[in-house]
Design a protein around this ligand. Structure first.
Ligand code: 5GP
Ligand code: MG
Length: 178
């Protein structure tokens, strides 16, 4: 299944399933080592990160917890630009070691505002785990200690990421070709 069609667009495989699996396991053991006995709280950002979060967490071999949040964004005034809102965080993160699990970091603006909103809740430490990063599009400075893959600026689907709602079920990651 090297080439596929999702809705009206053509895609070809760019990161095959086996390669994702191996890299996610590598990152999971890195996190396990770094955060041993810190009881990290994973904070998975829905919807796109659900598959990555499930695979990553199964590779963690130190006690940990997971919770799920959602980021809503809407256009603010001309001066505020895009406004992000954090939905669904019921857990107390004060003094916790938090690991954000995100599917993809593109401009980085969503992640930047998530970090700011979480910082107000006084966690002990916040770290970012991202399946994919597009360094060519980054508009803000971000420290991403757990990045699985850096990719070019093309649109991708699969392994949890969608094109207009479809494609999340694909086990590999695909890049648009048209
Ligand atoms: P940022 O604020 O970093 O620009 O936005 C990140 C969000 O944009 C991701 O959570 C994701 O929803 C979306 N996104 C960015 N690039 C892609 C892509 O190539 N494919 C898909 N499916 N979503 C993307
Ligand atoms: Mg996302």
């Amino acid at each position: 299944m090297g080439k596929i069609k999702v809705r009206d667009r053509n895609f070809s495989v760019s990161i095959p399933e086996a390669k994702i699996k191996a890299r996610v396991a590598e990152i999971a053991s890195q996190i396990s080592k770094d955060l041993k006995d810190k009881k990290p709280l994973f904070l998975a950002v829905l919807n796109g990160s659900f598959i990555f979060a499930a695979d990553l967490m199964r590779g963690i071999d130190t006690p940990c917890e997971i919770t799920f949040v959602r980021m809503a964004s809407y256009e603010g005034t001309a001066s505020t630009g895009k406004v992000h809102q954090l939905i669904g965080l019921k857990d107390d993160i004060k003094d916790r070691t938090v690991v954000i699990i995100e599917d993809i970091i593109d401009s980085g603006l969503t992640m930047k505002s998530l970090l700011q909103m979480l910082a107000e809740k006084q966690p002990r430490d916040i770290r970012i785990a991202a399946l994919l990063v597009k360094p060519g599009n980054l508009k803000v400075d971000l420290d991403i200690p757990y990045c699985c893959f850096e990719i070019p600026n093309d649109f991708i689907v699969g392994y949890g990421l969608d094109y207009d709602g479809e494609g999340r079920n694909l086990p590999s990651i695909y890049t648009v070709t048209d």
